[in-house]
Design a binder for this molecule. Sequence first.
Ligand SMILES: Cc1ncc(COP(=O)(O)O)c(C=O)c1O
Length: 430
Amino acid sequence: MNLANALEDARARYRARNPASERQLAGAAAHLPGGNTRSVLFFPPFPLTMVRGEGCRLWDADGHGYIDALGEFTAGLYGHSNPVIRQAITGALADGLTLSSHTRREADLAAEIHRRFPSMALMRFTNSGTEASMLAIALAQVHTGRRKVLVFDGAYHGGVLSFGGGGSPINLPHPYVVAPYNDLPAVAALVEAHGPELAAIVVEPVLGAGGCIPGDPDFLHGLRALAARCGAVFILDEIQTSRLSPGGLQAVLGLTPDLTLLGKYFGGGLSFGAFGGRAELMARFDPRQPGALGHAGTFNNNVLSMAAGLAGLEQVLTPQALNDLNQRGDRLRERLNAVLATADVPAHFAGVGSVMNLHGLPGPVRRPADLAGANHALRELLFFDLLERGVYLAFRGFIALSLPFDDAACDTLVGALDDAVHARGALLRG
Ligand SMILES: Cc1ncc(COP(=O)(O)O)c(C=O)c1O
């Protein structure tokens, strides 16, 4: 059997095992395009419908149980049933859901975030990371009086700011300068050419959706210096990487952005985004000032996100808990890579701490272009093999651990990969 036949067979077995998920998608397609309202979740022949989660476990519509290695693409840091978060949500509900006003919680949440991210002298909240990215770029453009935005090939800052595979046709219509990741001389040349017109340099310190590719410290510091030199606003997208240390990667790297983007778990598992940074930039939104910029948003300070986010930061996410989680992730990635290397499978997990991504080629990778020769069929086969063994991860091979994803869950994941690799034998070898 070759890889293509094995994959066809794996898809057929998946279809046979999951009739309720298939029916669910078919029904949903009557009113949602392809049955889907969140593109990242779809994979052929049809994605799973989950019906319940608890701790780091999930159950699908056909009754199969999984360990949840996907962790809601990093937003599910607290797992499914953290008692503190649940209590915060029910407590907030008791005081009224939509207060049509300022509330105490948004100020407390902002103070907690500032304690962890001192570069965010002032901040604003949004409903999603996408919105935070949009507003930070708009602010940079207004502040500098310039239009161009330097971004990186393979970067993802939201559904309308997506630069994988040549960029999305629904991206916001800014004039973009698209640079190669981890290539400071190339960026310096682009800044030389476009500097006086550049409003912002926007970068993820680890390319997340682009494959969990870490940025070199020298590269990231170099970008900071280039932005300062040409007068562009340096925007660090820590929507994923904020979980990699108590103060995000900016604390680890000693990097001070002009604006930081946050999202995901800061809402305690509910919808959330934030952008913030230097006071003189963010003060443009101060409504007490004449000519202030407007940033309305019915749910910017929604009661449940504020309450769940605050409880998570104040009571659950201690520096120790987060550092332990990331160390667990580092150990897990080493073990998974050892399984692949020992069995001579040309694949590896890239990543940092508690986030990682399986690629169908041996590592390391430095930029998305390095993935051009990756064997996607091999990765897809391992994806279906892991699902069948009770491990839920993203179709693109992405994994983000949650706090309840303990050593036993790591053992289960390593065991499932080991079993899959041995069952496939020579088929997976290069
Ligand atoms: C680095 C990064 N920026 C921005 C976003 C967009 O956030 P949201 O999905 O909340 O709009 C994401 C989401 O995956 C992300 O990973």
